[in-house]
Design a protein around this ligand. Structure first.
Ligand code: OGA
Ligand code: MN
Length: 282
């Protein structure tokens, strides 16, 4: 197995493994370490996996969980199919952590490319460790012990108007507060945990002030210094740490693109000095 970094701050490619066979304990550990160190890892040129095979691969790193929303192309409850020809604001083309509005946002997602446009349809990833670390000191002090409210409202409206995705329990979900700065459970490293798709407002702040601060943070996370952009080939698999990176599916294509995803169950984000923030029961 070979691990090669894509940029200093985010992304690594892993070759020399076959995702269709069970991994050894050593391989699982090395892959988990690479994910932790790089935020997102890629397994290029793997055979196209069935939903069951992808579930078996992902299940070696955690518990597979059904996402709160499914598209009509998805046949299995816990295998999400993203199949678009002309993506227009379906929510994946906005920076986001998957389902950050849940009490326990997913630990990670594993996405494989099955059908791709001739070019375009790349995915961008941004390190929220790097983004946090580069913030000005006064901004860090302002957000370090605050929480923000997340909900699915905006995306629900967007996708409903497109008539594509099908939801079951998503519309009944209440907004959730999470710390704005969360800690990596393995290393304690700080990372920024607000995203323009699902974060509505900073708690305990006027709407106008919250909008202003979030606009600053959303502009900040767009810096190319924290990012990488992945150009897919059919069979490639991406595995991201959903609490440590945000992603953005570039909506620039006009021919079919079909992706298959499994999601790993997550955990409640923990802020700096957990007693200083209002922790939300799971
Ligand atoms: C996702 C997602 C990005 C893409 O699966 O959660 O946002 O490039 N996909 O399809
Ligand atoms: Mn996503």
């Amino acid at each position: 197995m070979k691990i090669e970094k894509i940029t200093p701050r985010i992304g690594a490619t892993i070759t020399g493994i076959d995702v269709t066979r069970p991994l050894s304990t050593g391989e699982i550990e090395a892959i988990s370490d690479a994910l932790n160190a790089n935020g997102v890892i890629f397994f290029p040129g793997q055979p196209k996996l069935s939903g069951e095979e992808q579930r078996a691969f992902g299940g070696q790193f955690g518990t597979i969980e059904a996402p709160p929303k499914l598209t009509k192309e998805s046949e299995l409850r816990d295998v999400l199919i993203l199949d678009f020809t002309r993506p227009v604001g379906s929510g994946t083309d906005i920076w986001h952590n998957d389902a950050s509005y849940l009490a326990c946002p997913p630990m990670g997602s594993i996405l494989q490319a099955h059908i791709l446009p001739e070019c375009g349809g790349d995915t961008c990833f941004a390190s929220m460790h790097a983004a946090y670390e580069a913030l000005p000191a006064d901004m860090k002090a302002m957000i370090d012990h605050k929480t923000a409210s997340h909900s699915t409202g905006r995306v629900l409206e967007l996708t409903r108007s497109l008539g594509n995705p099908v939801y079951d329990d998503e519309e009944t979900l209440a907004p959730r507060s999470h710390p704005i700065v969360t800690l990596d459970p393995r290393t304690g490293r700080r990372r920024l945990f607000v995203n323009p798709n699902y974060t509505d407002s900073i708690d305990g702040m006027s709407k106008a002030e919250s909008d202003r601060q979030l606009a600053f943070l959303y502009d900040h996370i767009k810096s190319p210094e924290f990012q990488m952009r992945y150009r897919w080939s059919v069979g490639d698999i991406a595995f991201w740490d959903n609490h440590a990176v945000q992603h953005y599916a570039v909506a620039d294509y006009t021919t079919r693109r079909r992706m298959q995803r499994v999601t790993l169950a997550g955990y409640a984000p923990v802020g700096i000095g957990a007693t200083d923030v209002e922790m939300v029961p799971a």
